[in-house]
Design a protein around this ligand. Structure first.
Ligand SMILES: [Zn+2]
Length: 255
């Protein structure tokens, strides 16, 4: 299929990643998603089309705004590249029937990764508000779950993480997990079912703990009170489940 040719598909996906950056930024900062031309977040100068080429503009502008010379966040090229990579893998690994459903799911996850990395916040527009869309996609058979599995997935995912988070708070008096993470696992449950969110949690908590240890080791800090956003790990776990569920199931269920 010509669409799957990487020379055509990757640039399109990089542009989509660039759009998701804008969605994420505007969800957090001003709320209006689709209106207004792109401008520098520091000096508000309107940007020309050649300042907006995914990844390349970041390199050519040497990570700085062309007008005020303030630093452009590394999150822009990171989200563009990560979106292109994950969606490319999705299109080449998943049956064509489910492309549309998972395209929406992966895009929502990218937005949560960006907002959580930038501000430790996950917008409900990218999680809970998309649950009705999961119901519709399931009804249209655009995701491989029936309506019952979608509903059970989102409810159990939500209450599982709520229980863990409440227990942690009760034991330590500290907030370990944000409400955004709980709502994100609910979305993941809707698109991946109970088995899917369970495998996602296993991947996310393993990688999250590992990164915490590496961070503590490298930074030399002697504290357990570091703040690491959990949303990106959940998003990564969920995408891994969609892409490689057969090998992941045989690996994790064998343990
Ligand atoms: Zn500027």
């Amino acid at each position: 299929m010509i669409f799957l040719n990487p020379i055509i598909l990757i640039p399109l996906l990089l542009c989509w990643g660039s759009f998701l950056n804008v969605v994420a930024y505007r969800l957090i900062h001003d709320g209006s998603i689709f209106f207004g031309r792109s401008q520098c977040i520091h000096c508000h100068h309107q940007l020309a089309w050649y300042h907006l080429i995914p990844v390349l503009s970041y390199i050519f502008l040497q990570k700085k705004c062309a007008f005020c010379k303030k630093t452009i966040s590394w999150l822009y090229p990171f989200i563009e590249l990560f979106t292109a990579l994950c969606l490319y893998l999705m299109f080449t690994n998943v049956p064509a029937q489910f492309w549309f459903g998972y395209f929406i799911f992966f895009s929502a996850l990218m937005v949560t990764i960006r907002t959580d990395l930038e501000t430790f916040m996950i917008s409900r527009f990218a999680t809970l508000f998309l649950l009705p869309i999961a119901f519709i996609l399931s009804y249209l058979e655009y995701i491989p779950l029936n309506l019952e599995q979608v509903i059970l997935g989102c409810i159990t995912g939500y209450f599982f993480l709520l229980a863990i988070s409440s227990l942690y708070y009760w034991l330590t008096g500290r907030v370990g997990m944000g409400q955004g993470d709980i709502e994100l696992l609910s979305l993941i449950g809707a698109f991946c079912g109970i088995e899917g969110w369970w495998i996602t949690i296993v991947i996310a908590s393993s990688l999250g703990s590992l990164s915490g240890i590496i961070f503590l080791f490298c930074s030399g800090k002697k504290t357990t009170k570091i703040q690491i956003p959990f949303g990106p790990f959940l998003a990564f776990g969920a995408m891994s489940y969609v892409l490689w569920q057969t090998p992941l199931k045989s690996l994790l269920l064998a343990l």
